[in-house]
Design a binder for this molecule. Structure first.
Ligand SMILES: [Zn+2]
Ligand SMILES: [Zn+2]
Length: 245
C-alpha cells in the first residue's frame, strides 16, 4: 500500500533542494497522492528561502486538480525556551507547522542532551507547532521517553522521517525504532514525511513502512493513512494552537 499523504516536502526555494513547486505537484499527481505539505525551512538556516517566500504561500491554491496542497514550514528551534524562527505573519498563513533541531548558529552546541530535551519539551508545550520532525538524529541526543510523553499530553505529532532512515542523518535507525516503540507504548500521534528534496522522492516511504511493521505500530493510526485521519488531526491542532506567538 502507498500512503496517500506526504507531510514533509521541500522545493527549490531552498537552494539545496532541486524541484520547483510545480514539479513536486506533478510528481505527487502522477503518484496519485491525495495530500502533500510543502514545508520549506524557516529563516534561521543558512540555506533558507527569504521569509517573504513563506508568507507568500497564501497564493498557492488549496487544491490543484484533486491534490490538496497544505502550506507548511519546517521551523528551527533557536533556544531552550520554546522559541522558533518564524514571525506572526508566516505563522498565520500555515496549515501545518513542523519543527526540528537543526544546526543553526542561534542554538549553539547540539550535543547537550539536557538542553536538547528541555528545548524540545518547551517547544511542544508552547502549542505553536504541530509536528516534531526527525527526532532520531544522533547529532541531537534526546530523552525520547520524556519527549514522547509530552507530545501525547499536548497533542503534537512525532514524525518518522523516511530520509533519516535512508541517507541523511546517519545512525538514526536505532533511535527512530526506539522513538516509534515509545509512540506505540504511549499511543502518540505519528506522521510520516519523506523530507523530499527532489520530486521523485515524494510519497516514497519504503524504509518507514518496514520500521512501522517491525515495531507493530498500527498503520491505520498513522496520520498519513487517510484524509480523515489528517483532517481530524489538523482540526484538533487548530483548537490547540496559540493565536499569538
Ligand atoms: Zn529538517
Ligand atoms: Zn526537511
Amino acid at each position: 500500500m502507498r500512503y496517500p499523504i506526504d507531510l514533509h516536502i521541500h522545493t527549490s526555494a531552498n537552494p539545496h533542494a532541486y524541484s520547483t513547486l510545480e514539479e513536486n505537484i506533478r510528481s505527487a499527481q502522477e503518484k496519485k497522492m491525495e495530500v502533500i505539505a510543502i514545508t520549506n525551512h524557516g529563516p534561521a538556516l543558512q540555506d533558507s528561502p527569504h521569509w517573504w517566500s513563506l508568507v507568500n504561500m497564501r497564493v498557492i491554491p488549496e487544491y490543484i486538480g484533486n491534490l490538496r496542497v497544505l502550506k507548511g514550514v519546517e521551523t528551527n528551534i533557536i533556544d531552550e525556551n520554546g522559541n522558533f524562527d518564524i514571525n506572526q505573519r508566516i505563522y498565520d498563513v500555515m496549515d501545518i507547522i513542523l519543527c526540528g533541531l537543526h544546526t543553526v548558529e542561534a542554538y549553539g552546541d547540539p550535543s547537550n542532551i539536557i538542553k536538547n530535551t528541555k528545548a524540545v519539551i518547551n517547544m511542544i508545550k508552547s502549542q505553536k507547532i504541530d509536528v516534531m520532525v526527525h527526532l532520531g538524529n544522533p547529532q541531537f541526543p534526546l530523552e525520547y521517553e520524556l519527549v514522547v510523553q509530552e507530545a501525547v499530553k499536548e497533542g503534537v505529532a512525532i514524525e518518522i522521517n523516511n530520509s533519516s532512515l535512508r541517507s541523511s542523518r546517519k545512525g538514526s535507525e536505532v533511535n527512530c525504532k526506539k522513538i516509534l516503540e515509545l509512540c506505540k507504548k504511549y499511543d502518540a500521534k505519528v506522521t510520516l514525511g519523506t523530507d523530499s528534496h527532489i520530486s521523485y522522492d515524494i510519497g516514497e516511504f519504503k524504509e518507514a513502512q518496514s520500521l512501522i511493521s517491525e515495531v507493530g505500530y498500527p498503520i491505520e493510526k498513522i496520520i498519513n493513512f487517510s484524509k480523515e485521519n489528517l483532517e481530524k488531526f489538523l482540526e484538533d491542532r487548530k483548537k490547540r494552537r496559540v493565536k499569538r506567538i
